[in-house]
Design a protein around this ligand. Structure first.
Ligand code: FPP
Length: 246
């Protein structure tokens, strides 16, 4: 019995990379040590999923709520983003990976905003994979922005309220030009979506594991893809309908 999803590779994978702090704490090290190790896993994951044929990878790097962490940790995360962008842009180009940031970048330092813009521009033509980094991102923020954009269009007379449907709405969101995520992965043992891509996750397959992000290895990434390939995506239909389309 072969269902539609068997042996298929997801087009879009999104990940909540959780567990850096606990990984460091277990080693009696500061949390920032865990984030630095987390960047190495991030690099591995980008390479792995690109090689696997995933065309869109979206990583939750910093939520709107993460500003509430101790100032020292926030500062060192900002520094890590900056360093990573400076360090990995050439590598992204060599691998034909386009990087884009989603989220409210206006709260970042001018230098970081400039670096983000520069890296986006320098990788814009790459076609092997799109890497979306969600930074100062929140699902509520995204939805509210989309509502505001549509309200403006209605006011400008470009859109009629009756024309607003789920497809038009989705196009106003940060990832409006991308397919919705097929597979959501969260490491670190928590079973929640933490205000990530709320609208876009409507029919996404969820994969949770206890492994802390710095320990998330290639074999665990493979296990997530293997689990995905065993899922049957029904979109509200019955199993029989999906197995025999029509
Ligand atoms: C969650 O672990 C992780 C973060 C808030 C930061 C994630 C950032 C990285 C892995 C760096 C990515 C870098 C780039 C360039 C995209 P946590 O601190 O919440 O861990 P805990 O749950 O164990 O406390």
């Amino acid at each position: 019995m072969v269902s539609q999803s068997q042996a298929s590779v997801p087009s879009h994978v999104c990940i909540i990379m959780d567990g850096n702090g606990r990984w460091a704490k277990k080693r009696f090290m500061p949390r920032t040590f865990g984030h630095r190790k987390g960047v190495e896993t991030t690099r591995l994951a980008v390479e792995f999923f690109a090689r696997a044929g995933v065309s869109h990878l979206t990583l939750f790097a910093f939520s709107s709520e993460n500003w509430n962490r101790p100032a020292e940790e926030v500062g060192s995360l900002m520094e890590l983003f900056m360093q990573s962008l400076q360090q990995y842009t050439d590598e992204l180009n060599a691998k034909q990976i386009r990087i884009r940031f989603i989220g409210d970048r206006g709260s970042f330092s001018t230098d970081l905003q400039r670096q983000i813009g520069q890296t986006e521009t320098e990788t814009a033509a790459n076609q092997a994979m799109t890497l979306n980094i969600a930074a100062n991102y929140g699902g509520h923020w995204d939805i509210v922005n989309a509502v505001r954009a549509l309200a403006q269009k209605v006011r400008d007379g470009v859109v009629e309220p009756a024309d607003i449907d789920d497809r038009l709405f989705a196009r106003q969101l940060s990832l409006g030009d991308s397919p919705d995520p097929d597979l959501f992965i969260r490491t670190g043992g928590e079973h929640r979506i933490s205000n990530f891509l709320l609208w876009q996750l409507a029919y996404t397959e969820f994969y949770f594991c206890d492994t802390l992000w710095p320990d998330f290895s290639e074999s665990e990434m493979s296990a997530a893809l293997a689990e995905y390939s065993r899922r049957q995506r029904r979109y509200g239909k019955t199993g029989e309908q999906v197995e025999v389309p029509g």
